[in-house]
Design a protein around this ligand. Structure first.
Ligand SMILES: *Cc1c(COP(=O)(O)O)cnc(C)c1O
Length: 826
């Protein structure tokens, strides 16, 4: 850091600059086998990473010791995804060693930025759900909550997105190609997991509920862990990631000897495929059998590890729910419920009722969706084959559960059919969300509207049966990564204004900035910060797309996975409308805008991949039009990920949160953007509602149908009527249909037009007029610089609620009932 102000006292484990430099040189020599003179870039990066990491290891050891001593209740967070973001800067910040690195790097003639180029982000997640897991773990460590995250160490993370002729192409994300300096293998804790095979009755069990499973295939789970440091505290928790390895017998030496090389390693390949790739879709199932194997692999390894840890300090099973709370991040890890039942009943020989009581008190479930197609189900046929014992257990759980239902609603067969864990028609499938609710103590939605709609629609029968099970815990984001690391300039300005860095762990203190929203000098500095961030973004845009954009234009961003319900196509209709207006009236005085899209589409999601082509085609047409491009630029930044988010978000003026109301569970991008002073244009959906409540209606651009109106309209909706009635809408749709963006080819984007005029599933045409008018109001507001900046300041000042620290506190109070354990300071 180059600031001359005395820095606030930082709890640092850095020691002295001299010691840090010594360690660097020694690590370079002993870890990389090289010297300063001959070190390569990767050598430099790796050495720096290890030197910083080593400063966390002492903290981790003390955390583990404190946890062992206290024998507290632990939170075990089970998630198929973690979208951690880059580690180097974070760990420099959390250890207070960034101050050393600058001068040392300068001495050596490299910059921190050059070294950071080698810091690869582990892309072990798709989007919001995985990023939430990372934010919650950051906050748990920061709040000294004893916690372990469990996940899969995918060999290939979320694909890298590139464009060829405007179309998305997916490249594998070989994120460990140069090694991952941030993880520690823990081979002693490996586990063995079975699949397939058969079950038989346990002869000594008259109830028939205990059985013995003999798997036909076994796979080893090799754990490694990544450190999850807290900010401003010595606590360092871990995420334990499992990688699949073939069991030792899998290598067929005799076949190899006989020259059958491929056959000799067949079993190895099959076993190791389990953790090979992250499924690039968080809402529909793919590669079914392998995906289910992944899910079971994760929970089987993790539960064995949780039990191993429990038994280090506890005996018997009575205390299990008092010491272990397991949070299921969506339905992906829900098989953990059946696996714990299997372990307790079959392996540890507990009576069914006791096992069920323990299980139910141990688990909690976070639901992340409202879309019916995103509610996971698995075919009974597949489950019976892959996990025969678990299927039996599901039947038993369902049997006892339906008895309970029958007692509550005598004779109501329809109710039983709706509540059942098994769906009967059109084929027998297991409803994972139902299993999750039945097997958990608490079920939570992720924003107020989402929780309400869950209880009224998707999980209505359950909410009636067990109203006390349902909770809301509105999502949050970590201000360390999404303000302090992403936006150092703004952080410095905030710290200067508020007097110290306390806001970083008590984000509601940002409300003290509200007073500054009327201070012209402060507004000027705020604008200057935003402008410098926009200059940085401009450089990144130019480097990755070649498009030159004006840092003074309104920076209008829509960054999120491409999905129909999020309505990138509505944004595109607005862009095309601006394009049409400028073509018609070249002299018009339009507010200059840069419209920035970022996001990947699932490789099999053809409608969204076509939309990506259309976005790129519109961008090309707009950016090369001599008249239009003076006022408007459109960019689809390739490969949106956490690192890109950290550059885009600080530069954003306008945050697009335009999903059809009632479809977005919460959103967290909306929170990151508001905290960085972007003003939201959005619908009454997900956490947008809570953002608007806090920033004030006058500082939020609201448009469109609400959730109820959307449901009502859907019943008799005719998109064509909107198209016929609104000349600007018609012109925008016609422009796509005419081939203007496809060099005259009318067929290429015809499916997009057909989807809009046919069913328009997400009512984009119905919301179009309100949206365009709202965008015109945005432009008017933008022209008044002080008014806009005031709105921007108030957005940041009033969104401190959306810190994931607050989210974790709510989980602790409402659901986990865990207490912090303090770790001895450095
Ligand atoms: C925050 C974040 C998301 C979630 O964005 P939404 O707008 O809430 O869907 C997705 N991807 C990345 C990389 C993020 O950082």
């Amino acid at each position: 850091m180059t600031d001359a102000r005395p820095r606030p006292k930082m709890r640092t484990v850095g020691g002295t600059l001299e010691a840090f430099e010594q360690d660097l040189i020694s690590n370079l020599y002993y870890q990389r086998g090289t010297t300063l003179e001959s070190a390569s870039g990767p050598d430099g990066y790796h050495t720096l990473a290890v030197t910083v990491r080593d400063r966390l290891v002492g903290r981790y050891a003390r955390t583990a010791a404190a946890h062992y001593q206290a024998n507290p209740r632990f939170v075990y967070y089970l998630s198929a995804e973690y979208l951690l973001g880059r580690q180097l800067r974070q760990n420099l910040l959390y250890t207070g060693t960034e101050q050393f690195v600058r001068p040392i790097a300068e001495d050596l003639g490299v910059s921190l930025e050059e070294l950071e180029a080698y810091d690869v982000e582990p892309g072990l997640g798709n989007g919001g759900l995985g990023r939430l897991a990372a934010c919650l773990l950051d906050s748990m460590a920061t709040l000294d909550i004893p916690a372990v995250g469990y996940g899969i160490r995918y060999e290939f993370g979320i694909f890298k997105q590139a464009f060829r002729d405007g179309a998305q192409v997916e490249r594998p994300d070989d994120w460990t190609f140069y090694g991952n300096p941030w993880e520690f293998p823990a081979p002693d804790d490996r586990q063995v997991v079975g699949f397939y095979g058969s079950t038989a009755p346990a002869l000594d069990d008259p109830s028939g509920l205990r059985r013995q499973w003999t798997p036909a295939e076994t796979v080893r789970g090799e754990p490694s862990h990544m450190l999850v440091p807290g900010y401003g505290t010595p606590t360092v928790n871990i995420i334990r990631l499992w990688q699949a390895r073939a069991s030792r017998e899998s290598f067929d030496l005799s076949r190899f000897g006989a020259g059958q090389y491929k056959e000799a390693v067949e079993d190895i390949v099959q076993a190791e495929n389990i953790s090979k790739v992250l499924y690039p879709d968080d809402s529909t199932e793919q590669g079914r059998e392998l995906r289910l194997k992944q899910q079971y692999f994760l929970v089987a390894c993790s539960l064995r590890d949780i039990i191993r840890r429990y038994r280090l300090r506890n005996t018997g099973w009575d205390a299990f729910p008092a010491k272990v709370v397991i949070q299921l991040n969506d339905t992906h890890p829900v098989m953990a419920i059946t696996e714990l039942m299997r372990l307790l009943v079959d392996e540890y020989r507990l009576d069914w009722d006791l096992a069920w009581s323990i299980t139910r008190r141990t688990f909690n479930y976070t639901c992340h969706t409202l879309l019916p197609e995103a509610l996971e189900t698995w075919s009974v046929e597949l489950l019976e084959r892959l996990l025969p014992r678990h299927m039996e257990i599901i039947y038993s759980i369902n049997h006892f559960f339906l008895q309970e239902v029958a007692a509550t609603y005598p004779g109501d067969l329809d109710k039983m059919r709706r509540l059942s864990i098994i769906q009967e028609y059109p084929e027998k499938r297991v409803r994972m969300a139902h299993l999750a609710v039945v097997g958990s103590t608490a079920v939570n939605g992720v924003a107020e509207l989402h929780t309400r709609l869950l209880a009224e629609t998707t999980l209505r029968d359950f909410a009636e049966l067990w109203p006390q099970k349902f909770h809301n815990v509105t999502n949050g984001v970590t201000p360390r990564r999404f303000v302090r690391l992403a936006n150092p300039r703004l952080s410095e300005l905030i710290t200067e204004r508020l007097g110290d860095e306390g806001w970083l762990t008590d984000l509601e203190r940002l409300d003290r900035l509200a007073g500054a929203a009327d201070d012209p000098a402060f507004l000027e500095r705020w604008r200057e910060v935003k402008r410098l961030n926009k200059v940085d973004l401009t450089h990144q845009v130019e480097r990755s797309t070649g498009v030159v954009v004006d840092p003074d234009a309104l920076c209008d961003v829509m960054i999120k996975r491409f999905h129909e319900y999020k309505r990138q196509h509505l944004k595109l209709l607005h862009v095309i409308t601006l394009f049409n207006r400028l073509r018609e009236m070249p002299e018009m005085d339009m507010v200059p805008r840069t419209v920035l899209f970022g996001g990947k589409a699932a490789p099999g999601y053809h409608a969204m991949k076509l939309l990506i082509r259309l976005v790129n085609a519109v961008a090309e047409t707009v950016n090369t039009d001599p008249v239009v491009s003076r006022h408007l630029k459109v960019v689809l930044l390739p490969d949106y990920n956490v690192s890109r988010a950290q550059v885009i978000i600080p530069a954003a003026d306008l945050s697009e949160q335009i999903s059809l109301a009632g479809k977005e569970a919460s959103g967290t991008g909306n929170m990151k953007l508001a905290l960085n002073g972007a003003v939201t244009i959005g619908t009454l959906d997900g956490a947008n509602i809570e953002i608007r409540d806090r920033v004030g209606a006058e500082n939020f651009f609201l448009f469109g149908l609400d959730a109820q109106q959307a449901v009502d309209l859907r019943r008799h909706y005719e998109p064509r009527a909107y198209y016929e009635r609104d000349p600007e809408l018609r012109a925008a749709v016609d422009a796509i249909a005419s081939g203007v963006f496809a060099k005259g080819d009318r067929s290429l984007f015809a499916p997009v037009v057909d989807a809009m005029l046919g069913r328009d599933e997400y009512l984009a045409l119905a919301d179009y007029r309100a949206y365009v008018e709202c965008q015109d109001a945005v432009a008017t507001a933008w022209r008044d610089r002080d008014r806009w900046t005031r709105m921007s300041v108030l957005n940041a000042a009033r969104t401190g609620f959306f810190s994931s620290d607050r989210t974790v506190r709510e989980y602790c109070d409402k659901i986990w009932r865990v207490d912090p354990v303090r770790v001895e300071p450095d």
